[in-house]
Design a protein around this ligand. Structure first.
Ligand SMILES: Cc1cc2nc3c(=O)[nH]c(=O)nc-3n(C[C@H](O)[C@H](O)[C@H](O)COP(=O)(O)OP(=O)(O)OC[C@H]3O[C@@H](n4cnc5c(N)ncnc54)[C@H](O)[C@@H]3O)c2cc1C
Length: 374
């Protein structure tokens, strides 16, 4: 059985690794030129029941523990005047919750667990064509081609493979503008102090100024705004961004001023919740390709769990991959639906005019209900 995985992100690499542990080879076709071709972004918190579970299946739980940053779970929520609304500090040295790990470290950890030839770099899939005898012919940018018996689309938000299974269209849920500040302890100690070892969210009316500390001593700043029709170029100026945060405490907007380079804006998209497709032989999707959700902390975790569950089904039923894929798909659709709905609700809450109150309520444990006698 020749398995092709389109996309070497967290989902695709986790899948390749777990399959290999079961003695099943797969080739990962990745469009990027190398592992260091592009910065991988900020931190992720891996949940015990999904991302961490998948890493355990991959035999990488120990390496994860040595690379993760439990202290990164600390988070602070402030209002635009800089007043602290919520400050959560994990138990020192605790590894029980959802420890954070830099995305690049996690991807390296997965790549290092695979033989060099498991990933075909610089292979951007442009078309997959069903073959009359089963399987798919794959065409890559630049004219190269390959064949496979099973094709797994792990090719992210703008998946090429997705269109073979569903015509679900993406819609925009927010605009995100990102900046990076390097070497903060030395160059911007006040900002290092403000952000702390984990995440900071400053919540305004339909706008959030967020920052997170990475393991390399940098801070990643993210500005979330409602989706709109504006030209993205209008977000590329720090001056324009500072104007949007007029009236905010200058200690907070210093996060924008300190950005090392031009702000990078992008649209954040999602698929309709409840998206599913009719099973087709020899093909399926995992991760964002299958269920792109607003980024509120589940996407990577679910992509990795998809990988673990699909690998387990294929390993349990190697003679009948279609039955394995069908079982995976049904379980994945059922698991993802409520998570996608929750993600959409949280995303809407974060950019609502009452976001600060709603988020404080979300993070504040409710007092126990008084016991009532029957
Ligand atoms: C700002 C932001 C913050 C987030 N924070 C979190 C978080 O805290 N926790 C969390 O769980 N999730 C988070 N997410 C979501 C998470 O990033 C994604 O859900 C996750 O990366 C999905 O993994 P994936 O492997 O499916 O896709 P990706 O990680 O996108 O990987 C897809 C891979 O496929 C490759 N590729 C794409 N097209 C092709 C092609 N045609 N041919 C070959 N290769 C291709 C890409 O180069 C990439 O390497 C966040 C997302 C954003 C945008």
């Amino acid at each position: 059985m020749r398995i092709a995985i389109a996309g070497g992100g967290l989902g695709g690499l986790t899948l390749a690794r777990i399959l290999r542990r079961h003695g099943i080879d797969a080739v990962v076709y990745e469009r990027e030129a190398s592992r260091s071709a592009r910065p991988q972004g900020g931190m992720l918190d891996l949940h015990p029941e999904s991302g961490q579970k998948a890493l355990a299946e991959a035999g990488l739980a120990g390496r994860f523990r040595s690379e993760a940053r439990p202290e990164g779970e600390e988070h602070r929520i402030l209002d635009p005047a800089g007043r602290i609304l919520v400050h959560h500090e994990p138990e020192p040295g605790s590894f029980s919750g959802r420890p954070e790990i830099d995305r690049s470290v996690l991807r390296d950890l997965l790549l290092d667990s695979l033989p060099r030839d498991a990933v075909a770099w610089q292979h951007r899939l442009v078309a997959a064509t069903p073959r009359p005898d089963g399987g798919f012919g794959l065409t890559f940018d630049g004219g190269r081609s390959a064949d496979c018996d099973v094709l797994i689309g792990a090719d992210g938000a703008r998946s090429v493979v997705r269109s073979l299974l569903t015509d679900a269209t993406l819609f925009c849920v927010a605009t995100l503008v990102e900046l990076s500040i390097s070497d903060v302890d030395r160059r911007h100690p006040r900002l290092a102090e403000l952000v702390g070892p984990g995440n900071l969210w400053c919540i305004g009316v339909s706008q959030i100024l967020a920052a997170q500390r990475l393991g390399d001593g940098s801070i990643r700043v993210g500005i979330s705004l409602p989706a709109d029709e504006r030209d993205l170029d209008s977000y590329r100026s720090k001056r324009a961004l500072l104007d949007m945060f007029d009236g905010w405490d200058p200690g907070l907007t210093a996060l924008i001023e300190a950005g090392d380079s031009t702000p990078t804006p992008r649209r954040i998209e999602a698929m309709p919740t409840g998206t599913r497709w009719t099973h087709q032989p020899g093909i399926t999707l995992i991760g964002d390709a299958a269920h792109l959700m607003p980024p509120v902390g589940e996407g990577a975790n679910q992509a990795m769990l998809d990988a673990a569950e699909l690998a387990a089904e294929l390993a349990a039923n190697p003679a009948d991959p279609d039955s394995a894929i069908r079982t995976y798909e049904e379980a994945m659709f059922t698991r993802i639906h409520p998570i996608a709905e929750m993600s959409a609700r949280v995303q809407a809450m974060m950019l609502s005019p009452t976001a600060a109150d709603d988020i404080v309520r979300f993070f504040t444990p409710r007092p126990a209900e008084p016991a009532t006698a029957d």
